[in-house]
Design a protein around this ligand. Structure first.
Ligand code: ZN
Length: 149
C-alpha cells in the first residue's frame, strides 16, 4: 500500500510542477472562475465546446498542489469527452475524494486514483473538487463564478 501511496504522491507532485493545459484558450466557448476561499485556491477554466463534445480545456490561476494537480488531471482527462461522459467522471471523482465506494476498479480510475488519499483529509476535498465544480459550471453554462463556500 505504501508503494501505491508513493506513486499517487508522485502523480500529484508531477502535475503540480508541470501542469497540463495550463494556459488560456484563444477561443473559449465558456470561461468560469472558481474560488476556494478556505485554502486560497483560485482558477480560471476555459472550455471550447464542439456541440456536446469538450474540444479543448485550459486553465490559469494559483493554489495548493492538490488543487493545481487536480485541475491538470481533470483537463487532460476530460479533453475530447462528451458532456455526458464528463458528468459521469465528475461523479466518479466526487465519490473518490469523499471516500464513497466506487464501482470502478483502480485500473479504470487511471490517473484519477491518485486523488483517493484526499478522502482522509476533509479540508482538502474542496481543493481537489474545485476544478471539477468549475468545469461543470462551464459546460452547463449556468454560472460565471463558482465558490466552494
Ligand atoms: Zn487548496
Amino acid at each position: 500500500m505504501s508503494d501505491l501511496r508513493e506513486l499517487y504522491q508522485q502523480v500529484i507532485l508531477d502535475h503540480n510542477k508541470n501542469p497540463r493545459n495550463f494556459h488560456e484558450l484563444a477561443h473559449p466557448t465558456r470561461t468560469v472562475d472558481g474560488y476556494n476561499p478556505l485554502c486560497g485556491d483560485h482558477y480560471t477554466i476555459f472550455v471550447e465546446m464542439d456541440g456536446e463534445t469538450i474540444k479543448d480545456i485550459g486553465f490559469t490561476g494559483n493554489g495548493c498542489a492538490i488543487s493545481k494537480a487536480s485541475a491538470s488531471v481533470m483537463s487532460s482527462t476530460l479533453k475530447g469527452k462528451t458532456t455526458q461522459e464528463a458528468h459521469q467522471l465528475f461523479d466518479v471523482f466526487h465519490k473518490l475524494v469523499t471516500g464513497e465506494p466506487s464501482s470502478l476498479s483502480t485500473a479504470e480510475l487511471g490517473r484519477l486514483a491518485a486523488f483517493s488519499g484526499v478522502s482522509e483529509f476533509p479540508a482538502r476535498v474542496k481543493c481537489a473538487s474545485l476544478p471539477w465544480h468549475t468545469l461543470n459550471s462551464a459546460i452547463e453554462g449556468d454560472k460565471e463564478v463558482v465558490s466552494t463556500e
